[in-house]
Design a protein around this ligand. Structure first.
Ligand code: NAP
Length: 501
């Protein structure tokens, strides 16, 4: 298929990007490599500035050295161009500063340009407990202009109340149209492609409802564990993955067609989905949710560190590393269609995908020997091997009479388009500069998601039931299989595609 360039590069206006938390992992692993690729493609040049701010006493040279290492370790060799890297590093400077110490804030005026044509953005790659002082001091010192933008990283709270507190502190300085809450899943190419698939084709929308769709599955699984990260123990899979990534994906799958792709038009529709989710409260929590924690045993009986052993504290912990939920959306389009969500660590496979399972045909004209037609299935794979596959029934080619076979119509992005798949942060970082909030969460969306999550968390906290353990390298606790099989359905596994009829 075509290997023509699949997108045009439209340069963004010059910017001053102030990155709080510049010495951290996120800046090094995600933000700098993403900015490098956009620079390499000519989307911005040396007229833009990337100003790192952290307490560690680095200088410009040290920050540039770290940035160089970040590029050299992340970019594939074909994309490493010494002359470009040199020019890219000229954008970088560094200011040592403790953003919580009002009396000793560094003077940033020499770093920030007053020119209205230069976009000013503040990226808070720090813990949310530092958001409020940063916003307050940015305002008090006159650095926060009405047209500047603020980017917030997750976690945006651990429940509705704490999320409101963060939003209120931020909202005292920045208006909602200045705030960009990152959920990097929304920056993934396939997620954006889901919108195109649904709303730029006539094929799917007429059948995108309970009359034609049997159920929908959303899976985000990882093979790695938490590696002892202390923050995870405070959140767990429900807060860390379901509240944001999985619910955002569910919104994009389930929302009504918005009138346009303008940010608020889209976010209005996502919010409606969140508000239509049937609350899971009280006794329903045990029936419709499953949680689990990985043990120190693998599926082939080898010993590995379990979740508790990986925790540095060595304390007992009731934090779930696996969640499965059977959700329902109460509106005309989706009444009676279950949405099965699952996510976890140390599972059998690393995969993020959305599976749309269509209904079975009403009547088969084929004999038992010819095979029974399987329902169509649309699989939208976010990672790895981003792409879309539509499973259809065909006649097995060749002589030998009629024999039914299911095959995927495969739109593998890597195979179809020769262009490199951009990382989510590349799109999102420059959307901030473009002033496009479409792929960022609005405050009311975030709060509606928490409002749905909180009762589940509360019921778990109050439950006397022990937290189920699961074996490393499996698909989680057996109760997760039971959750879907009770309804006469099964989880889609990647290798299902190869199964004979
Ligand atoms: N890493 C990821 O992939 C990722 C993904 C999504 C979200 N996040 C979120 O993004 C934030 C940063 O993550 P990270 O992984 O980069 O963390 P990290 O490696 O621990 O870095 C934290 C950064 O915050 C600064 N910092 C720490 N304590 C501070 C304080 N009290 N006041 C001011 N600055 C402080 C640190 O710099 P100094 O000590 O030099 O000040 C450092 O630059 C976290 O909230 C995390 O949950 C990270």
């Amino acid at each position: 298929m075509s290997s023509e360039p699949s997108s045009r590069i439209i340069p963004v206006p010059p910017f001053d990007y102030l990155v709080f938390g510049a010495t951290g992992d996120l800046t090094r692993r995600k933000l700098i490599p993403a900015l490098y690729h956009r620079f390499l493609d000519g989307q911005f040049d040396e007229r833009s500035r990337i100003i790192g701010i952290s307490r560690t006493p680095w200088d410009d040279d040290k920050f540039r050295q770290v940035a160089r290492e970040a590029v050299e370790t992340s970019a594939q060799e074909t994309y490493r161009d010494e002359a470009v890297i040199e020019r890219f590093l000229r954008c970088f400077s560094y200011v040592p500063n403790d953003p919580r110490d009002r009396d000793h804030w560094a003077d940033l005026s020499g770093h920030l340009r007053e020119d209205a044509d230069v976009v000013r953005a503040f990226y808070l790659a720090v813990a949310p407990s530092v958001f409020a002082p940063i916003c307050t001091y940015l305002s008090e010192m006159g650095y926060a202009r009405r047209d500047s933008r603020l980017v917030l990283e997750k976690p945006l709270g651990h429940d509705l109340a704490s999320s409101r507190q963060i939003n209120e502190a931020v909202g005292r300085v920045f208006a909602e149209d200045q705030v960009y809450r990152i959920d990097h899943y929304l920056g993934k190419e396939t997620v954006q492609n889901l919108l195109t698939l649904r709303f730029a084709n006539t094929l799917f929308e007429p059948i995108w409802n309970s009359a034609h769709i049997d159920h929908i599955q959303l899976t985000v699984s990882e093979t790695i564990g938490t590696e002892g990260r202390a923050y995870y123990d405070q959140s767990g899979a429900l807060r860390d993955m379901v509240q944001n990534h999985l619910l955002q994906l569910l919104c994009l799958v389930a929302m009504e067609p918005p009138p346009s792709d303008e940010a608020n038009a889209l976010r209005d529709e996502k919010r409606k989905v969140l508000r239509s989710l049937r609350p899971i409260v009280g006794e329903d929590v045990a029936r419709l949710t499953v949680r689990g924690q990985y043990t120190g045993v693998t599926s082939d009986n080898a010993r590995v560190p379990g979740y508790l052993e990986e925790l540095e504290s060595g304390e007992p912990s009731e934090t779930e590393t696996f969640v499965a939920v059977r959700a329902e959306i109460e509106n005309w389009r989706w009444k009676g269609v279950p949405f099965y969500l699952r996510t976890g660590k140390r599972l059998a496979n690393k995969v993020s995908e959305i599976v749309i399972q269509f209904r079975a045909i009403p009547h088969s004209i084929f004999t038992y020997a010819e095979g029974s037609p399987r329902p169509n299935r649309l699989v939208i794979r976010l990672q790895p091997d981003e792409g879309v596959r539509l499973f259809l029934m065909i006649k097995d080619p060749g002589p030998g009479g009629m024999r039914l076979r299911q095959v995927p119509l495969n739109l593998s992005f890597a195979e179809t388009f020769s262009a490199r798949m951009p990382e989510a942060y590349e799109r999102l970082l420059l959307d901030v500069i473009r002033g496009n909030q479409t792929l960022f969460m609005r405050r009311d969306e975030l709060e509606s998601a928490w409002a749905w999550i909180d009762p589940i968390r509360k019921a778990w906290d109050e439950s006397d039931e022990p937290l189920p353990a699961y074996t490393v390298g499996t698909w989680g606790p057996t109760a997760s299989v039971a959750l879907i099989e009770r309804d006469g359905r099964t989880w889609h596994e990647a290798n299902d595609d190869a199964k004979p009829l």
